[in-house]
Design a protein around this ligand. Structure first.
Ligand code: SF4
Length: 354
């Protein structure tokens, strides 16, 4: 049990000797001001000290690396939990919003060949409160650094969110109700876990769905995204049809552009066909190369040509630039770099991927 896993009733029970308004002060302090209970100055000093020493009123994770890029507009953190597992989160400040890219698992079992997290393997699911701790720490940083509230959240960090469905949905509900981030500003990204998409279609929260497609024919997609062998494109597209029908919510496709792999005209036409069928918006992102997949991202001129092919075929498409290249911005890269650094110092020997 830790601070963000507590419901308001559980907090009340644990502090049954305190008046009701103290519980309100703590709840407001944590979820509106993003303070640890020991930092809430409206509480008496003795109570603050007592709460500060009790793990049930504290976070279980601690930030062990914090890197900045883009003049402080991109901040990547590595959070370590009590068992030593570490996950990445990226805070990004834009003109009109502050977005957090959050992790849902320590590692990932999906094995996408171009992804540093996939290359490192799967360790475990994150609990709902471990997901919430990333949000708490980022909301606190957005307030301190940008004098702004955290407005958007994308589950595009380490892990496949729909493989950890229950914990992700539990966290999303609290992010929505307690951190006051609108559900439509929360995007769950999947590599194409069909049963998870169908389950999400039944969920009443207006969460956005992004599908990391990267290829629009089974041969190439299975090569890049091995889970495609279990959920091939026909099944995936049928689940997206069902998702749209049930939820009436918008879908987006993520397409990491890899030089001479998925950036041919034929790729654009195949993608356009699927995108039009499920009315998806396409985001094109030049790939960040990783040590085991050194293919460079598509040159920018070609990315725009590819976008134009999609637009001419009747698809809404946007080119998105990766943030923070100088701080290993792509998912799993910071964690990998830190591990390499530590292992060269003889640390981290007990943490191996499964
Ligand atoms: S791209 Fe996403 S789903 Fe694929 S291995 Fe990386 S973290 Fe997992």
């Amino acid at each position: 049990m830790s601070l963000l896993s507590l419901s308001r009733n559980e907090l009340k029970e644990l502090l049954s000797d305190q008046p009701k308004y103290r519980i309100d002060q703590i709840w407001k302090g944590v979820y509106e001001q993003h303070l640890r209970p020991s930092e809430i100055t409206t509480l008496p000093k003795q109570l603050r000290e007592q709460l500060g020493q009790d793990p049930r009123f504290n976070l279980q994770g601690e930030e062990v690396e914090v890197l900045q890029a883009d003049g402080g507009k991109t901040i990547k953190t590595l959070t370590r939990f009590s068992d030593g597992r570490e996950v990445e989160s990226v805070l990004m400040r834009y003109e009109s919003r502050v977005t957090l890219c959050v992790s849902s698992q320590a590692g990932c079992a999906m094995g996408c060949v171009f992804c540093a997290t996939g290359q490192a393997g799967f360790f475990r699911h994150l609990s709902a409160d471990e997901i919430l701790e990333q949000v708490f720490l980022a909301a606190r940083r957005a307030k301190d650094l940008y004098d702004s509230r955290l407005s958007n959240l994308v589950f595009m960090g380490m892990g496949e969110p729909l493989a950890n469905y229950d914990n992700v949905i539990e966290a999303v509900a609290k992010i929505n109700f307690e951190f006051s981030i609108a559900a439509r500003h929360i995007t769950v990204s999947t590599v194409g876990i069909v049963p998870g998409i169908l389950k999400l279609a039944e969920n009443p929260m207006q969460i956005s769905l992004a599908v990391s497609l990267h290829a629009a024919n089974d041969e190439l997609r299975t090569r890049l995204v091995p889970i495609n062998a279990r959920y091939p494109l026909d099944d995936l597209v049928a689940s997206l049809d069902a998702y749209r029908e049930r939820s009436n919510r918008r879908i987006s496709f993520e397409w990491a552009m890899m030089a001479d792999i998925n950036d041919h005209d034929s790729d654009a036409f195949e993608l356009a066909e699927i995108a039009k069928r499920v009315k998806a918006h396409v985001n094109l992102i030049p790939l960040n190369p990783t040590p085991l997949f050194p293919t460079p991202g598509t040159e920018l001129d070609r990315v725009y040509e590819f976008r134009d092919l999609l637009v001419d075929s009747g698809v809404n498409a946007t080119v998105r630039m990766t943030r923070g290249n100088q701080i290993a911005a792509a998912c799993g890269q910071l964690s990998t770099q830190v591990k390499v650094r530590r292992s060269s110092r003889g640390e981290d020997k007990d943490l191996q991927a499964t």
